[in-house]
Design a protein around this ligand. Structure first.
Ligand code: SF4
Length: 269
C-alpha cells in the first residue's frame, strides 16, 4: 500500500461527552474511544496530513487516545502541518495542555489550534448542568495558552445538519447532511498527471472510533449505516476516495478543493 497525502483528516477520537446539547450532531453519547488498532490502521495510510482535526464527543475525555495519536505521528515521522481541536470548555486539563506541548516540541512546524464551543445551545446546556461559571473560568484559563485560537461560534443564518439531536430541532433550523465531494490527484516526478505519483486526497475525509470511514458531520448512528464508506482495516482512504470522488489534474487541485469546501460550508444557507 502506498502512503498518501490528505488535505484534512477528521479523527473522531471518542463518542463520549459530558454534555447533551440540543443541536449535537452526534446524538446520544456513549463510552467509546478510538482504539490503538484504529489509530495505527488509519495513520499508517498517510505520509502527510494538511490539517488533522481531532474531534468527538469531547476530546478532553480521551487524553489517552490523543497521546497514542501523537506518539504514532512522532515515531512514524508523519508530516502534519496543523492540528485542530474544538472542546466544550467544561474541563480545564493541564494534562491536555502538556500533550499539546509534547507534540509542539517534537514538531515545531506543526501549528496547533484550540477552539472552545460558544453558542446558545452550549450555553443552555451549561446552565442546565449548572456549569456556566466553571466554563467561563475555563475559557479565561485556556485563553492564556498559546494554543488557544478562538471561541467557536455558529455563523449567523447557517443551518445545522439534521443529524443526532438536531433532528429534533425545528425543521427551519436544519438541513439534510450532504456527503462532501472528494477529489483525488496524483503528482509524479514530472508534476504531470501520473497514477504512480503521490496520491493527494481532498478536501476532507473522516474516520470514527470503530475505524469506519465516514462523514465528519454524521451522527453516531448514521456513521454505521448511511455514511459508512468502509473501514480502515479492510479499505484504504485512497480506494474510498477514488470510489466516491473524481480524479483531477494537479493544476486544478487547490482550486477544486477550495470550491468544494466553500460549497460544503455555504450550501445550507
Ligand atoms: S455538541 Fe459537543 S459538547 Fe455538545 S453534546 Fe455534542 S459533542 Fe458534546
Amino acid at each position: 500500500m502506498s502512503k498518501v497525502h490528505i488535505q484534512n483528516l477528521g479523527m473522531i477520537i471518542t463518542n463520549n461527552c459530558n454534555m447533551n446539547c440540543k443541536h449535537c450532531l452526534r446524538g446520544k453519547s456513549c463510552n467509546k474511544n478510538m482504539s490503538k488498532d484504529v489509530i495505527e490502521a488509519t495513520l499508517n495510510q498517510f505520509i502527510a496530513i494538511g490539517n488533522l482535526c481531532l474531534c468527538g464527543g469531547e476530546p478532553t475525555l480521551a487524553l489517552d487516545v490523543i497521546e497514542e495519536i501523537f506518539t504514532y505521528m512522532i515515531h512514524n515521522k508523519i508530516i502534519v502541518d496543523q492540528i485542530s481541536m474544538t472542546i466544550n470548555g467544561t474541563i480545564y486539563s493541564l494534562e491536555f495542555l502538556k500533550l499539546l506541548d509534547s507534540i509542539s516540541l517534537h514538531s515545531p512546524n506543526c501549528r496547533i489550534i484550540l477552539e472552545i464551543s460558544y453558542d446558545i445551545y452550549h450555553q443552555k446546556e451549561l446552565e442546565r448542568l449548572n456549569m456556566w461559571e466553571t466554563y467561563l473560568e475555563n475559557i479565561r484559563k485556556y485563553s492564556q495558552s498559546k494554543y488557544f485560537y478562538q471561541l467557536n461560534r455558529l455563523t449567523n443564518g447557517l443551518k445545522l445538519f439534521r443529524e443526532g439531536n438536531a433532528e429534533n430541532l425545528s425543521p427551519n433550523l436544519t438541513v439534510e447532511l450532504k456527503p462532501i465531494d472528494i477529489v483525488v490527484t496524483y503528482i509524479g516526478k514530472s508534476s504531470k498527471f501520473d497514477r504512480n505519483g503521490l496520491c493527494n486526497i481532498g478536501p476532507f475525509m473522516a474516520v470514527n472510533p470503530y475505524g469506519i470511514i465516514t462523514e465528519d458531520n454524521a451522527s453516531i448512528e448514521h456513521q454505521q449505516s448511511l455514511y459508512n464508506y468502509g473501514n480502515v482495516f479492510n479499505d484504504t482512504f485512497e480506494e474510498v476516495a477514488l470510489e466516491r470522488g473524481r480524479i483531477i489534474k494537479p493544476k486544478q487541485w487547490n482550486r477544486e478543493t477550495g470550491k468544494i469546501i466553500k460549497k460544503y460550508i455555504t450550501y445550507n444557507k
